[in-house]
Write a protein that binds this ligand. Structure first.
Ligand code: FAD
Ligand code: NAD
Length: 451
């Protein structure tokens, strides 16, 4: 396809979830494509997000399984956990995945520049090495980075980026935040035996999730030994001689922690990209403003993924990347991503998963709402003597019976939710679920047995 006026048909900045998909598919459509990556091919999800995080979640969960298995007749003598073994195995798999992503791009003849890129002219990109290239279209897929709050000594805190590389596990960790990352890492550290305190500036965890499910996570996490402080801010973090820190929070005396981690949201990577000079419009939070086809206000510049701060999830970035490639190089009608009814999960201990409206949202938006609830102790927990109850909630339009939301906190909730979300997205009703025979004995059967 290559337009001889430019070096490339497409130049993508950022080889993460969105950028890699967009580049690979554009190349498959016949475009001549180059991509720049300043860190590692694969981006946040593969290198320091979803994938290594989920492996740590698996690793952490063995702590409970090894405890519970005794009630199932197993005797485990001399069990011990070695953080460095898990860490190094996870990092090795990340290396493997980086290789696989690089290979995919290579196989599609996408040129990879392993360096930072910046827009320096309407169609010009300058690489850190000084090399300049031109492209007919530019795609910004630079993702987001951890937001580090301002407090005295904030530079002593780590973010999720560093959490994957720790030399040793902290005896005590204070985690700032109350969202996805704070709850996921609280579960991980707690299962490995660290004392975990979550400190949230606001008054609730996981704001966008249904209240009943959030309350259940708080209750179970507290039972497991995680402490929570709400409406609390950091005053200072000071290093102390033992390699740890003295931490002063707004509501209490100075205390000691071995590690402080900030997980208070992520900021779009839009600085130093030449966006001002290129005339690309940003929103109040520094995110790139785009239309439903991911086009910026500049006709040949597009943006996908976290940098647009629509929904900061990998499958969304991938869909946006795919839709961009199909729109610009696919030769058919433009494709917009449907951002409604996106299922999501928090890989806490136990995990949360949800799709659609919470009960509160449904009550605000619909005339009449019917709520079905199943509050049960999973069979495995009963035998294990684990006093941990699961919760499933189905929210329906009271008039039509259409399911508008499902919310769960249960072992394997994300696995169950992926299937349930198809039904919700397809607009099925409670009657459709009722007409489906249960698979017994499972936790998922609760979905078709709710009264
Ligand atoms: C700890 C953690 C856990 C997560 N867990 C999940 C999960 O379980 N499920 C889920 O769906 N989502 C999860 N996410 C979110 C998910 O990782 C992101 O939504 C997703 O990676 C966004 O993809 P992206 O392509 O927009 O950006 P990224 O994957 O961040 O890729 C952007 C890339 O651009 C590069 N870059 C930036 N600027 C430049 C430049 N100027 N030149 C060259 N390269 C540049 C960066 O180095 C980066 O590699 C998690 C995130 C974190 C931090
Ligand atoms: N399982 C997943 O899909 C997954 C996992 C991790 C991250 N992510 C994505 O990454 C994004 C970023 O995650 P996150 O957990 O950093 O952000 P988040 O937006 O989920 O949560 C931020 C939390 O920090 C609190 N907070 C803000 N400022 C604070 C301060 N100064 N001190 C203490 N608390 C403060 C907020 O009240 C909020 O509870 C998520 O929004 C999500 O889209 C997804």
């Amino acid at each position: 396809m290559a337009d001889t006026e430019y070096d490339y048909d497409l130049f993508t900045i950022g080889a993460g979830s969105g950028g890699v998909r967009a580049s690979r598919v554009s190349a498959a459509h016949g475009a001549k494509v180059a991509i720049a990556e300043e860190h590692r091919v694969g981006g946040t999800c593969v290198i320091r997000g979803c994938v290594p995080k989920k492996m740590l979640v698996y690793g952490a969960h063995f702590a409970e399984d090894l405890e519970d298995c005794q009630k199932f007749g197993w005797e485990i003598e001399g069990k011990k956990f070695d953080w460095k073994t898990l860490r190094d195995n996870v990092l090795a798999d990340v290396d493997r995945l980086e290789g696989a992503y690089t290979e995919t791009l290579d196989n599609h003849d996408v040129t990879i520049f392993h360096e930072r890129a910046e827009i320096t002219g309407p169609h010009e990109i300058t690489l850190a090495s000084g090399k300049k290239v031109t492209a007919k279209y530019i795609l910004i897929a630079t993702g987001a980075r951890p937001r580090m709050p301002e407090c005295q000594g904030a530079e002593h805190a780590i973010s999720s980026n560093e959490a994957f590389h720790l030399d040793e596990l902290p005896k005590k960790v204070i985690i700032a935040g109350g969202g996805y990352i704070a709850n996921e890492f609280a579960g991980i550290f707690n299962e490995f035996g660290s004392k975990v305190d979550i400190v949230n500036r606001g008054d609730r965890l996981l704001r966008s999730y249904d209240e009943a499910v959030r309350d259940r996570l708080l209750q179970i996490s507290t039972m497991k030994g995680i402490s929570f402080r709400f409406n609390t801010t950091f005053e200072y973090i000071k290093p102390c001689e033992d390699g740890g820190y003295f931490v002063k929070l707004s509501d209490c005396e100075e205390e000691h922690a071995d590690l402080v981690m900030f997980a208070v949201g992520r900021l779009p990577n839009t600085e130093g990209l030449g966006l001002d000079a290129a005339g690309v419009e940003l929103g109040d939070g520094g995110e790139i403003k785009v239309d439903r086809f991911s086009k910026t206000n500049v006709d040949h510049i597009y943006a996908v993924g976290d940098v647009t701060d629509r929904v900061q999830l990998t499958p969304v970035a991938i869909r946006e990347g795919q839709a961009f490639a199909d729109t610009v190089f696919g030769g058919g009608d433009p494709v917009a991503v449907d951002h409604s009814c996106i299922p999501s999960a928090v890989f806490s201990h136990p995990p949360i998963a949800a799709v659609g409206m919470t009960e509160g949202e449904a009550k605000n938006q619909l005339g009449s709402v019917k709520v079905y609830l199943s509050d049960f102790r999973p069979m495995k927990n009963v035998l294990a003597g684990r006093n941990e109850r699961s919760l499933m909630k189905m929210i329906c339009d009271g008039d039509s019976g259409k399911i508008v939301g499902i919310h769960m906190i249960a072992p394997e909730a994300p696995e169950m939710m992926q299937a349930a979300a198809i039904a919700v997205k397809a607009g099925l009703t409670k009657a459709d679920f009722d007409a489906t025979t249960a698979i017994h004995p499972t936790m998922a059967e609760e979905l078709v047995l709710m009264r």
